[in-house]
Design a protein around this ligand. Structure first.
Ligand code: PLP
Length: 372
């Protein structure tokens, strides 16, 4: 059997261990400490944002963003439809209700025209959560100005898009709040973790407060608000500091994988996940979209790769097609369900930066063999 080829697995470099060693040497394993402070500062400075709070997950960051938006029972929140469930679940944690907004074809992210339509149908919506899927920036200017026009905060789910830029500006810096994830398969990882971002330093302070059990500044344990245990540990933050040193290198390697596939499949009835000319994705996952009417189905390609010990994956199943959200509204244009269509025709190819040229050639050969 050939060695396993992964979709996207962690890649460590060595500096991670040095930061962890420092935490051990100073006996500063927990709670917070130099690595948490350093990781927050270094990430905020890399992104060009005022402040960042290191948390236990990206989902926790999105949850606290919902809290800061004061989402309450039955409040409507417009959410990307075509995404991972973690983008939208935090709305339910606060008993709000998601209205899913369809994607456009240029970036596969939230369609600004469908968002406008949603505001027409539901003028009372309280917030908008937009994911930059697979590392590709959404149409962030258009989405931002629609949110501004309606006086509603934009929350960016940048869990998959760390390091991607839109018109030269980092994703995660467009919304009032944004979330990053350092989960195991993301472009950089801390094994598990996330970050809350904002240019409003008071909001970030509030997030640190809520994430550490919301202790009032009193001499005894006193609480006036509901708190959470959502902070990142000082050991985990050490991994993040080491990984951040290699983020740009990871992006360059991911881009090379994407371009290799793009070139290798240029004569097949397929396209790669698209992006705007004015944006630079981080190319987290390379995705393949089979042409309409193509006799090959994504499941056949996934199966063929799997037989050769190669990991690939279906495209995210849109939220409006999820049993748990069967009752939620879905706003789309005309009679087209763009997310559903991409789901039916798409798949994610192995995008692990440790894959060698030889590994990539194997993947390419097997994918091409499905079309002969
Ligand atoms: C990974 C991911 C999340 C959640 O991040 P965790 O750190 O795993 O909680 C949220 N949204 C998207 C789009 C993701 O891919």
């Amino acid at each position: 059997m050939h060695k396993r080829i992964y979709l996207s697995s962690p890649t460590m470099h060595g500096e991670e261990m040095q930061f962890i060693q420092e935490a051990f040497d100073t006996n500063w394993i927990a709670p917070l400490g130099a690595n948490v402070d350093g990781f927050e500062k270094e990430m905020a400075s890399f992104l060009g944002i005022a402040d960042a709070a290191a948390l236990s997950s990206g989902t926790a960051a999105l949850h606290l963003a919902m809290k800061l938006c004061r989402i309450a029972k039955d409040d409507l929140v417009f959410c990307s439809d075509f995404t991972f469930a973690a983008t939208v679940n935090p709305v339910s944690y606060e008993s709000g209700r998601q209205v899913f907004i369809d994607s456009e074809r240029d970036t596969w992210n939230m369609d600004p025209v469908a968002l406008e339509k949603a505001f027409f149908i539901y003028p009372n919506a309280k917030a908008v959560v937009v994911a930059n899927l697979y590392g590709t920036p959404a149409k962030l200017d258009e989405l931002s100005s629609i949110c501004a026009k309606h006086g509603v905060p934009l929350i960016e789910d940048a869990a998959e898009s760390l390091g991607a830029t839109y018109k030269g500006k980092q994703t995660g810096t467009f919304g009032r709040y944004a979330a990053l994830s350092y989960n195991g398969n993301k472009i950089i990882t801390t094994s598990g973790g996330g970050m809350f971002l904002s240019n409003d330093t008071e909001s970030v302070k509030k997030v640190r407060f809520l994430a550490t059990q919301a202790r009032d500044p009193a001499p005894w344990y006193q609480h006036s608000e509901l708190g959470y245990n959502y902070r990142m540990s000082n050991v985990v933050a050490g991994i993040g500091r080491g990984q951040l040193l290699h983020l740009n290198e990871h992006i360059a390697l991911k881009k090379r994988i994407y371009e290799t596939y793009q070139k290798a499949f240029s004569d097949l009835p397929v396209m790669m996940n698209p992006h705007l000319a004015e944006s630079s994705p981080n190319y987290w996952l390379s995705c393949l979209l089979l042409d309409k009417g193509c006799p090959v189905k994504p499941s056949q390609v996934i199966e063929a790769l799997s037989k050769e010990n190669i990991e690939s994956r279906p495209i995210w199943k849109p939220m409006h097609l999820q049993p748990i959200f069967a009752e939620n509204d879905f706003v789309f244009l005309g009679d087209k369900d763009v997310g559903g269509d991409i789901f039916e025709r798409g798949l994610c190819l192995p995008s692990d930066i440790k894959n060698t040229d030889e590994d990539l050639s194997r993947v390419i050969e097997i994918v091409r063999s499905c079309f002969t």
